[in-house]
Unconditional design. Sequence first.
Length: 326
Amino acid sequence: MTQETPQWRPKLKDIADQEELFTSGQRLCAGCPAGSMARMAMHALPRPKNTIVSQATGCLEVASTIYPYTAWRVPWMHSLFENAPANASGIEAAYKARKRQGLEDDIPDLLVFSGDGSGFDIGVQAASGAIERRHNFLYIIYDNQAYQNTGIQRSGATPKYAWTTTSEVGKAVPGKPTWKKPIALVYAAHDPEYCATASVYHWRDFMMKVRKGMEKQGPAVIVVLAPCHRNWRYPEELGMKMAKLAVETCFNPLWEYDGETRTYTMSAPSMQFVKDPSKKKPIEEWLEPQGRFRHLFRPTRRDDLIQDFQNLVDEDWEFIKRLTEM
Ligand SMILES: Cc1ncc(C[n+]2csc(CCOP(=O)(O)OP(=O)(O)O)c2C)c(N)n1
Ligand SMILES: [Mg+2]
């Protein structure tokens, strides 16, 4: 057996000494974990000075690139919802052509960021095509479960019963009528080199996944849950706690797909709930602090809807458990 190089594990001390490639001074909301997510991702790059970012529109983009300022200390390209992975494909193709002509020695690493609006809905076509063409890029989708930057419209990532401005709560309808798309599985089914889910709370797990995804030669996708206090309506200092609870309730199971072996693996933070199912918290612990689910608890408690939500979470969890036990 060949000796594998040990997996990179970030240490806080080392990160503290590194240059910030996603800087402070951007205009994300106070407590918005999307900013922490971007910082962590940039600190996990294998070749920080040799990376190009292609970014779809969304909170992270509009808040970090208000003309004439930018929070990005790497070459960065604005993209549409529809084409962020396609832009990355084009950049890679252009560098390859220039290298063939002897104009470049190197092809930079490509990192794509988008929100769930692009990653779950409007940009799926471009992402699907870029993965199929086997471009060498990592696509990070930060999932805050709605189109937040334009005023909280529901997306394919919005869970059932959540309030948004386009999934209203009233006498006739209790929020969004349908469940969220299993988008990470949709991308994993494309058989990329690497695919994973992540949480902004489990910072080391997330950063190790970013490093892995960047180092793979070929397409990689990470879907990271990043709470949004404007829509989820929790006190703004509780973002990381909401992300942690999403993992503890198994609403956001953390797993990886390895394209080489074509296998799914449960990641360490979620593995504990497989080993000891009694540690899995009831979903209402995650739902109740969130104003977008207030109507499930007040003025009358809707046990039927809470139970339905729990059943959906349990079904997804059982499915992931079966996949990762293959
Ligand atoms: C095709 C298209 N439709 C609508 C818009 C307007 N728009 C810009 S950002 C945005 C919301 C982004 O949502 P998401 O991707 O989830 O990112 P978030 O703002 O939640 O971080 C919308 C609707 C657009 N730019 N392009
Ligand atoms: Mg969003």
